[in-house]
Design a protein around this ligand. Structure first.
Ligand code: NAP
Ligand code: GFB
Length: 323
C-alpha cells in the first residue's frame, strides 16, 4: 500500500460538506481522526454554486486547497431520479467539470470524487466490481445521474493521462445516517422509512413501504464511509475507482431493512406494502474485495446498531432535520 509522497501541511476542501456524507466526515475529523498538519474546510452551495464555473474557480482561489474530497452533487432516491433524469445529468456534469478543472488549474495535488453502486450496468453478472462500470447501460430509473457519475471516471483518466493529476474516485453503496435527507418523496429508502415510521407512530397510522419490499441493497453507515474516505485521501493513489461497501453477505431486502427500523423505534402499528410504487433496480450487489485487499481488518458498524443510532438522531433532531 503506497501512500502519497508526504507533503505537508495539507488543506483539504470538502465540497458537499453540509450533506449526509460531508457531515459524517466532519464528525469523524472532529472526533480526532484528523491529523496535526491537516486543515479541513467544509463548503456548501452557500459558499459557491458549483454549477457555475466562475464561482467554482473563485472558491478554489480563496481556499487554495492541496487536496479535495468532492461530494457535491444533485442527489436523490429512486423516485426523485425518475422525475428529473435531465437535471441530474446536466447539474452533475456541470459540477464535476467545474470542480475537476478548477482543481487542475489551481494545482490541487489530489482529488477524491464520488460515484455510486447504482451507476453500474443494469444487465450484469454479480457481484459487480470496479472493472464493470462502463459495460452497458445503467438502470433506466437513474440514467441521468449514472452517466454523469460515470464521466467522473473518464475525466479522472483524462486528467491523469494528459497532466499526471492524481484524481481518483470511490464507489459507495447506499449510504445512510445522521444529517441525511429525510424528505419522503425525494430522499433514499432508509431516511424515507425512518421519517414515515416516526409519523406513523406519532399519528397511530399504518407504515407504508413502497414497492414489494423484495429488492435487495447493501447499506453503509455514513460514519463508516467517512473513515474510509479519510483512508482513501491519505493512502489510496490508484486512478481506478474503489468500491466502498459492506460485503455481499450483508445485503438485505427492503423488507428486512424496514423491519430493522420498526424494531428500532418499537413501532407496533400496521405495516402495508404499496405495490403501485416502483421497485426500481432489483439488486446491485457489489464486491468489496478490492477494499478488503487494502483493509482486511476494517470493521463496519452492525446494520441494526447504525439504524438505531440514525433513528435516535432523527427523533432528537426532528425540527432541524432535512425532511
Ligand atoms: P446530500 O446529503 O444531498 O448533500 C449534497 C451536498 O452537495 C450538499 O452539501 C449540497 O449543498 C451540495 N451541493 C448540491 N448542489 C450544489 C451546488 N450546485 N453547488 C455547491 N454544492 C452543492 O448528498 P450525500 O448523500 O451526502 O452525497 C454525497 C456524495 O455521495 C454525492 O456525490 C453522491 O452522489 C454520493 N453518493 C451518495 C449515496 C447515498 O446513498 N446518499 C450513495 C452513493 C454515492 P447544500 O446543502 O448547500 O445544498
Ligand atoms: O434508496 P432508494 O430510493 O434508491 O431505494 P435506489 C428505492 C427502493 O426502496 C425501491 C423501496 O425498491 C423502493 O420501492 N422503498 C420502499 C422506498 N419504501 C420507500 C420509501 O419510503 N422511499 C424510497 N425512496 N424508497 C438510488 C439511485 O437507487 O440509489 C440513486 O436512484 C442513488 O441514483 C441511490 O445512487 C444511492 O437504491 O433504488
Amino acid at each position: 500500500m503506497s501512500s502519497e509522497v508526504e507533503t505537508k501541511p495539507r488543506r483539504i476542501l470538502v465540497t458537499g460538506g453540509s450533506g449526509l456524507v460531508g457531515k459524517a466526515i466532519e464528525k469523524v475529523v472532529a472526533d480526532g481522526e484528523g491529523l496535526q498538519d491537516e486543515e479541513w474546510i467544509f463548503v456548501a452551495s452557500k459558499d459557491a454554486d458549483l454549477t457555475n464555473a466562475a464561482d467554482t474557480r473563485a472558491l478554489f482561489e480563496k481556499y487554495k486547497p492541496t487536496h479535495v474530497i468532492h461530494l457535491a452533487a444533485m442527489v436523490g432516491g429512486l423516485f426523485r431520479n425518475m422525475k428529473y433524469n435531465l437535471d441530474f445529468l446536466r447539474k452533475n456534469l456541470q459540477i464535476n467539470d467545474n470542480v475537476l478543472h478548477s482543481a487542475y488549474e489551481t494545482g490541487v495535488r489530489k482529488v477524491v470524487s464520488c460515484l455510486s453502486t447504482c451507476i453500474f450496468p443494469d444487465k450484469t453478472t454479480y457481484p459487480i466490481d470496479e472493472t464493470m462500470i462502463h459495460n452497458g447501460a445503467p438502470h433506466s430509473s437513474n440514467f441521468g445521474y449514472s452517466y454523469a457519475k460515470r464521466m467522473i471516471d473518464v475525466q479522472n483518466r483524462a486528467y491523469h493521462e494528459q497532466h499526471g493529476c492524481t484524481f481518483t474516485s470511490v464507489i459507495p453503496t447506499n449510504v445512510f445516517g445522521p444529517h441525511d435527507n429525510f424528505n419522503i418523496e425525494d430522499g433514499h429508502v432508509l431516511p424515507g422509512l425512518i421519517h414515515k415510521v416516526y409519523l406513523a407512530k406519532l399519528n397511530g397510522t399504518p407504515l407504508s413501504i413502497w414497492g414489494t419490499g423484495k429488492p435487495r441493497r447493501q447499506f453503509i453507515y455514513s460514519l463508516d464511509l467517512a473513515r474510509l474516505f479519510i483512508w482513501v485521501l491519505r493512502e489510496y493513489n490508484e486512478v481506478d475507482p474503489i468500491i466502498l461497501s459492506v460485503g455481499e453477505e450483508d445485503e438485505v431486502s427492503i423488507k428486512e431493512a424496514a423491519e430493522s427500523i420498526v424494531s428500532a423505534v418499537d413501532f407496533k402499528g400496521e405495516v402495508i406494502f404499496d405495490s403501485t410504487k416502483s421497485d426500481g433496480q432489483f439488486k446491485k450487489t457489489a464486491s468489496n474485495s478490492k477494499l478488503r485487499k487494502y483493509l482486511p481488518g476494517f470493521q463496519f458498524t452492525p446494520f441494526n446498531q447504525a439504524i438505531q443510532e440514525t433513528c435516535k438522531w432523527f427523533s432528537a433532531n426532528y425540527e432541524q432535520a432535512r425532511k
